[in-house]
Design a protein. Sequence first.
Length: 78
Amino acid sequence: MSSVNAGNLAASQDIGYGPGNDAAPQDVPRDSGAHHARRAEPAEDEPRLDPRAASHHDVFVMDQRVRSLSSFVHDTNA
């Protein structure tokens, strides 16, 4: 259990970690290595991404063109 001693927090004997410690608590790894893990290869039956798929920029340009043509058609029919 932690206690306050003259305004400073004392290290708890129960957990082996005090607020001023630079080291990680005992029995707790600093780095689990999870962020170093690689994604498993896709299964053979899993569909692959189409390399011909449009980029975000291509979609944006197409959207602008559709809006322009829609505006033109609307003005023509008015």
